[in-house]
Design a protein around this ligand. Structure first.
Ligand code: PCA
Length: 228
């Protein structure tokens, strides 16, 4: 039976008028259809909302019952694709979510575990991709905004639904079309709470979209390897 990957992505949020994960998810779906024809990829947009993302993620997990979950988000200012290692039980950001909800030091799940580690093959994918010269890193904070929230909820809700699946989060830098100037201004703001790195607002690092698509497809393929 074909195995299924649930790939989630986000739309715009304050400071990010165009979220690169929309195009990346579509690109990953296309590339995996070639690379791994036996793998079914369901891509779903989640709202950039604490409550809304939990509800949408639960509905998607219940409906799709995937064999793996990879969630994507942008962290403006980073210069490598980040395999996130740890999700923490905390919502706290200086910016509102898209429902106008601003949170400070609130637990995601009252009485829930303080943290979850990614169950994607983070170290193995990182080592393999780095050896191939790809711009990747392991990150130990996914921030405290909606991306960390979704990463935490992916772990918590999949367990609650009895799904024993690899689940994790990949943060991507700003992207540019292939061949475009990699430091072109995109009108994006780097928010530290959203995993961003605030250096020089005028020179946000960008990676070519095709590079990021390739890296995410490789991570997906490592997560659900071809059955023996
Ligand atoms: N990045 C934000 C939320 C949505 C997104 O793409 C974050 O890193 O929290």
């Amino acid at each position: 039976m074909a195995r299924t990957l649930l790939l989630t992505f986000f739309g715009p949020f304050p400071g990010v008028p165009v979220n690169p994960t929309v195009a990346l998810a579509a690109g990953v779906q296309r590339l995996l259809a070639q690379m791994r024809p036996g793998l079914r990829v369901v891509a779903r947009e989640l709202p950039v909302s604490y409550n809304g993302s939990s509800a949408a993620l639960r509905a998607a997990l219940q409906e799709v019952r995937p064999d793996a979950l990879i969630s994507l988000g942008v962290a403006v200012g980073r210069d490598a694709v980040s395999l996130e290692q740890v999700a923490i039980n905390l919502d706290c950001a200086g910016i509102e979510d898209n429902d106008g909800d601003r949170r400070c030091d609130e637990p995601i799940a009252q009485g829930g575990r303080e943290a979850y580690f990614s169950s994607l093959p983070v170290r193995a994918s990182f080592e393999r991709l780095r050896a191939a010269g790809e711009p990747v890193e392991i990150s130990y904070t996914a921030g405290t905004y909606v991306c960390n929230h979704v990463f935490y909820e992916g772990q918590r809700i999949s367990r609650e639904l009895g799904l024993r699946i690899p689940a994790g989060f990949v943060h991507v830098p700003a992207t540019c079309a292939d061949g475009e100037d990699a430091t072109e201004d995109t009108g994006m703001t780097a928010h530290r709470d959203a995993g961003g790195v605030v250096r020089d607002e005028r020179s946000v690092p960008h990676l070519p979209e095709s590079t990021v698509v390739r890296i995410i497809a490789e991570i997906a393929s490592d997560t659900l390897p071809v059955a023996e």
